[in-house]
Design a binder for this molecule. Structure first.
Ligand SMILES: NC(=O)c1ccc[n+]([C@@H]2O[C@H](COP(=O)([O-])OP(=O)(O)OC[C@H]3O[C@@H](n4cnc5c(N)ncnc54)[C@H](OP(=O)(O)O)[C@@H]3O)[C@@H](O)[C@H]2O)c1
Length: 361
């Protein structure tokens, strides 16, 4: 694979910091520029981040020494240096929509962690193991934007990165008709640490703005089909969600209940999880976990602290599968919210796009 020059838009933030670590030794992607708000522009990244560095490993020195550009004012400067950008910014939704379209129209492909374009019908929202074929909609999007190379591709919300993969291998054969999920979400999902979110210590906060809607609706786009110039969302399964913030640094847990048109046996579910592979595993993409879904037999697993870093934080852990009195089955699953759920998921999506030629000139 040839190598590509990339920019990180939002490099000073929680997700941006993860990108610096994931990309510093990436075999295909070479970080040549970083950008953030005008508050950070002009400073070296390491100085702009300063005390906000929230990772356990140190910031990679070469990326830390890059001077931060202004994500809004320096688009042309950035476009001249990169083959594509990752974007993870904390701005109003309409501002993010406009910003990402400006990059795309400057012929810069955007791989985004932001929610702004997740429901734009010709923007693919991709979990690479589940709906890699949705990237084919990019041809329609380029037509609408009037671009040759530029486009926007997004990853889905972090809350659903454990239960959508767990349900996916059961969809075709057994048809999931309804699912109920309660998520227990880490504070890094809000861009916070225990130092910046002291109110979470010894506490559970039963509200995360917009999260329940995303958890219920985004899976339907992921399971949707391309029809003409848009992705038409699936109509089933019906999903209901409650999302709670819990005192965990990293790792979103979900307690899931599911019913099926054709109820599988427990052995059939375990076999489907054990055998599930996608395009990233077939193509051996650098960030793809070897085994995407890991089932734990122990009653007290998965645990955020013990299992979130499985396969570099890119695998999903599942446990406690058992029959339920009201739904067919219930189980618990876990994924790392800033790795598989954010920066890592975006890097894997970019690897898929690179392997399929979408960044070629
Ligand atoms: N954290 C997660 O687990 C997670 C998971 C999935 C998706 N996401 C999404 O990823 C995005 C970033 O999340 P985060 O947790 O990394 O947020 P964050 O820690 O608050 O970082 C926000 C970033 O946005 C930049 N920014 C703010 N205003 C800007 C402006 N006007 N122009 C350009 N850049 C601006 C900030 O730059 P300054 O430092 O200069 O202010 C910073 O780099 C959000 O859309 C979030 O919903 C987060």
């Amino acid at each position: 694979m040839k190598s590509f020059n990339v920019g990180i838009i939002g490099a000073t933030g929680m997700v941006g910091q993860r990108f610096t670590l994931l990309l510093s030794k990436h075999p295909w992607f070479n970080v040549v520029c970083v950008a953030a708000s005008s508050r950070s522009a002009g400073k070296k990244l390491k100085d702009a981040v300063g005390e906000k560095w929230a990772m356990t490993q140190p910031m990679p020195e070469d990326i830390g020494n890059l001077v931060v550009l202004d994500a809004e004012k320096d688009i042309d400067k950035i476009a001249a240096q990169v083959d594509f950008v990752f974007c993870a910014v904390n701005m109003k939704k309409d501002e993010i929509k406009a910003l990402e379209e400006k990059y795309a129209k400057a012929e810069v492909p955007v791989v985004s962690n932001n929610s702004a374009h997740r429901h734009t019908p010709d923007v693919p929202m991709v979990i690479p193991e589940i709906n890699p074929e949705h990237i084919e909609i990019i041809a329609s999007q380029r037509k609408r934007l009037g671009t040759k190379r530029g486009f926007i591709a997004v990853k889905s919300n972090c809350s659903l990165q454990s239960y959508v993969p767990a349900l996916a291998p059961l969809m075709d054969e057994f048809k999931v008709t309804k699912a109920l999920t309660c998520t227990y979400q880490a504070i890094s999902g809000a861009g916070k640490t225990f130092a910046t979110m002291p109110e979470i210590v010894d506490n559970v906060i039963p509200f995360i703005g917009g999260e329940e809607e995303k958890s219920e609706q985004e899976p339907l786009k992921i399971w949707g089909k391309i029809e003409g110039d848009e992705i038409v969302p699936a109509t089933e399964p019906s999903i209901t969600a409650q999302c709670l913030r819990v005192p965990v640094s990293d790792g979103h847990t979900a307690a899931v209940f599911a019913s099926f048109e054709k109820k599988p046996t427990k052995e059939q579910i375990l076999k489907a999880w054990a055998e599930f592979k996608g395009v990233p595993q077939e193509l051996e993409l650098p960030s793809a976990p070897k085994q995407f879904l890991h089932y734990f037999e122990e009653d007290n697993r998965p645990q955020a602290k013990l299992d979130r870093d499985l396969e570099g934080g890119m695998a999903v852990s599942i446990g406690r599968l058992r029959e339920d009195t009201q739904y067919d089955y219930k189980f618990v699953c876990l994924s790392h919210n800033t790795l598989r759920g954010a920066a890592g998921g975006a890097v894997l999506l970019a690897e898929l796009l690179a392997a399929k030629g979408y960044f070629d000139r």
